[in-house]
Write a new protein. Structure first.
Length: 407
């Protein structure tokens, strides 16, 4: 009898899981990079995880690799109707370059920002030309992140200010292929008391919201600040996003648990989600946590919620990325080792709840799949890029996967 009951429970469990069909049907992976091999390493690293973008009928992916012995920034593009990516464009100059941030403009154009020789560089890429390179300031700066707004770019980055790096915002006017430097300001009016790193930025109507890693309490937390007047460059005092958990069972956190790499995404008309990797349950490594923007209330962001399901609680999750669209669709991606190797997982919001975790076909299985970056196009289709290793210590590739919306 017990075996019969267990069998019935298993059948209902499988049936219930099958009812939660994923929203996308995925094509087979496509190689983005054609230059691969021993001692060549590709990186999809950027503040806010902005390495993929869609403009009109073009998808673009930006990354860093060291194919000629020096880390440089490259870009590849593909029309939706094409099967393969174009020749790879070298975007950066002669110096060591890292962490490109990519954003879509209109008419199949894109803007990129990156760190090169400890300075922030930017340029526009049109379907036929590379715009001139703009270099910001004279101080040591890194970790740029971009968002576009009609004929304006908003750039946030971490720049050393005395002893510690501090988050800054820079406005850039778009004039054809040229970027014109406008107003700049520190996001936190108070001088940094410790490191401020890896910012992400979103514009919601008349508000600009910036989030970043901050070490002011002696360990890393996620902070955010907003500007409610687009004509000025003054932000309200920052607030903490990542909550301080209660220590369970008397287990100490020391000064506090760790968090890593916040990413922001708008969904719907004026909604915003922050996601990050969070080690509050230190016995199981990092988990993926989220918080919704509540800018009209006393608190800038609401309560923290764990994104991955209970089956992911015994594994480690890394490299959170998030995308949303104007219809209100919202999806979070990360890499996950619950199956014994790194796979790309997705979870999407349905009826105010996170779905069961979905292992992306073609971005899972043998080898190592990590550092995902995702975007949703205007029709709700999902675009995914990631770093693949066929063996744990083997050479890397950048792969791309298209998910057609089916519901």
């Amino acid at each position: 009898m017990r075996l019969q009951i267990a069998g019935i429970v298993l059948i209902f469990t499988i049936a219930s899981l099958s009812l939660q069909a994923e929203p996308w049907e995925f094509d087979k992976p496509i190689a983005v990079t054609s230059t691969n091999g021993k001692n060549i390493f590709h990186h999809l690293e950027s503040a806010g995880r902005h390495n993929i973008a869609i403009s009109a009928n073009t998808v673009a992916i930006a990354w860093e690799d060291d194919r000629d012995g020096t880390p440089r920034i490259y870009l590849a593009r593909k029309a939706h109707t094409k099967q393969n990516f174009s020749n790879q464009l070298k975007i950066s100059g002669p110096g060591e370059a890292y962490e490109p941030s990519l954003v879509a403009l209109s008419k199949n154009r894109f803007a990129l920002a990156w760190e090169e020789e400890s300075r922030i560089h930017l340029r526009i890429v049109t379907p036929t030309e590379l715009g001139p390179v703009i270099t910001l300031g004279k101080g040591e700066a890194m970790q740029p992140s971009l968002v576009s707004d009609d004929q304006q770019l908003l750039l946030v980055y971490s720049q050393r200010d005395g002893r510690y790096p501090r988050i800054w915002m820079q406005r850039m006017e778009i004039d054809g292929q040229v970027l014109k430097v406008k107003q700049a300001c520190a996001v936190d009016a108070e001088a940094a008391k410790d490191e401020q790193l890896y910012p992400s930025v979103v514009k919601l109507a008349e508000r600009i919201i910036v989030a970043w890693e901050d070490r002011r309490p002696g360990h890393t937390i996620i902070m955010a600040a907003q500007n409610e007047n687009l004509t000025s460059c003054t932000f309200q005092p920052p607030q903490r996003i990542s909550e301080e958990p209660l220590s369970s069972g008397g287990m100490p956190y020391g000064k506090g648990h760790g968090v890593s790499r916040v990413a922001l995404a708008q969904y719907g008309a004026e909604q915003l989600l922050a996601v990050w990797a969070d080690k509050r349950d230190f016995r199981e490594g990092y988990d993926i946590y989220s918080a919704d923007y509540e800018g009209a209330s006393k608190d800038l962001f609401g309560p923290n919620f764990r994104v991955q399901d209970s089956f992911g609680g015994v594994a480690q999750q890394w490299h959170a990325t998030v995308a949303g669209d104007q219809s209100g669709r919202l999806v979070v991606g990360w890499d996950d080792n619950r199956n014994g190797n790194a796979d790309i997982m997705l979870s999407w919001r349905e009826d105010d709840e996170w779905s069961d975790d979905f292992s992306v076909p073609g971005a899972d299985g043998a080898g190592e799949q990590n550092h995902p970056t995702i975007s949703l196009d205007s029709e709700g289709n999902l675009h995914l890029a990631w770093i693949e290793r066929q063996t744990a210590d083997g050479p890397t590739r950048v792969l791309y996967l298209f998910g057609q919306l089916v519901k």
